[in-house]
Design a protein around this ligand. Sequence first.
Ligand code: AGP
Length: 612
Amino acid sequence: MCGIVGYIGPKDAYPILIKGLKRLEYRGYDSAGVALINGDLKIYKSYGKVADLENYAKDKDVAGNIGIAHTRWATHGEPNHKNAHPHYSQNKKLAIIHNGIIENYSSLKEELITRGHQFESDTDTEVLIHLIEDVQENEKVNLVEAVRIALNMVIGAYAIAILSKDDPDLLIAARKGSPLVIGIGIDDFFLASDATPLIEYTKQVVYMDDEEIAIIPRGGELQLKTIKNKDKTPYVQKLEMNLSALEKGGYDHFMLKEIYEQPTSIKDSMRGRIHPELGTVTLGGIIDYEQKLAKASRIIMVACGTSWHAALVGEYLFEDIARIPVEVEYGSEFRYRNPIINENDIVIAISQSGETADTLAAISMAKEKGATILGICNVVGSSIARETHAGSYTHAGPEIGVASTKAFTAQVTVLTIMALRVAMLKGSIEKSRFIRLINEMELLPKKVEETLKVNSTILEISKIFTYARNFLYLGRGYNFPVALEGALKLKEISYIHAEGYPAAEMKHGPIALIDKEMPVVVVATKKGNYEKVVSNIEEIKARNGIIIAVVNEGDKEVSKLADYTIEIPETEEMFSPILATIPLQLLAYHIAVRRGCEVDMPRNLAKSVTVE
Ligand code: AGP
């Protein structure tokens, strides 16, 4: 997803912009650029990394105390120099950067071409800045009004920042469907796609809402207005994150840091929500909807990727203890298959970034059809969070590594608390079981710490399988989604093909794949259909398969059969996904590192997929 940074104030803009782009590198990108004003409006951009841009600009005039900068993740037009942002208007007096998709850019471009506009790139973004210029010239209005009129003409998603050579004391921004945050300094303003580039300068931020335009004057007051010309009062929030949350804290990669943060992130996701001493659990964020949730005839969970795997765990949880039917949907499918939705439906959107376009579009559609939308997001103030009627944040802290780890276990934790709350309200769970579960839940952070001790074992196992070409992951019941998640982790960071399957499904095809070249990871923790998983392992061994088994400490049966055993602490069956996933995260991590892969920024991937 693209990254946006802007600055206006007394300081030199260029170093702030470059540092900000580096803070956003984790989002994935293919080119970078800056625009600065110092008498003239200058644009410098480069295909490749931010370091390539710095190299390109090192002998250029980068003076100026107002600027915008961008990292591009291509949606329209090849990833190359000419398509990199920023883009000039026709008269070279305006510059724009943009994150999102202008869906009607082709028709707008044709119209502008008939009016004499010439384009240098294949992007929708360049069309937008030419449109703004065209409106300003033909309607004889100021730049803010031209931006407003133009934005009413576009269809699609945008987070934009604009500079004007004729107005070096004004920075303009606007958003719809893609995030933008304004940082308020002592005598300067900062702009970014998320808060990470801002926190070393200020903790006072304004999360822009959809269809808002920000008018940011040098040394003046921030103004907000809607594209319908309605003034808005900026809502200033205090940023909870601190810079250290962003540093790698001594780990080689953000991903490893975030795997090791899980005792804390899981504790934070439970904080103030489970009360063993009172024999209850609460979720303040959904308190106004919990009765409606308890009475729901069905729950639809919508997500993508790893969050979709968390939703699958949610299905087992809600059906097991809250006795409510659950349907789990991919956002990208749900949004287009014209599903049957009514006002009795509860839709739960699960998203780490809160900006995944497919999930956001799916819940907007469901909301229009009358459903109640709840959210489980990790980013406060994110678009999905703001689209829901209510929700619970996972409080996992910023997840920088593209491969989601702590967000997944935090999502599962919040889903568990939600299912327990509903079961308590419905009386669908015996009190003694409920108390036993929440007492065990309180022990989970410690058990996660215990689980992390398998790291050295997994490092040894990773040395054996560094160059495997395929992997199979198997699990049953609550551990079936764990098998899917383990497979996704491996493929997305090590580029090894891996498939997750329900263990019993082996005999319906995948068993044909088994040979000594196909390592099989089996989640075989004690609870659930343990004996049946043992049989599946025996079937694999009979065909010279190689077994890497995740078992509970002290396991005797599977350990005799498996070629490699990873022992994790025992817990309640429904909490197994929280513990069993961790060894699989570590396995994927160590194999990817040994293969020399860019673990935190895997090829072709973005941390948040804000386009279709
Ligand atoms: C997970 O490791 C991937 N990075 C990806 O599948 C991710 O889970 C998916 O894009 C959904 O993102 P979200 O949770 O931010 O909505």
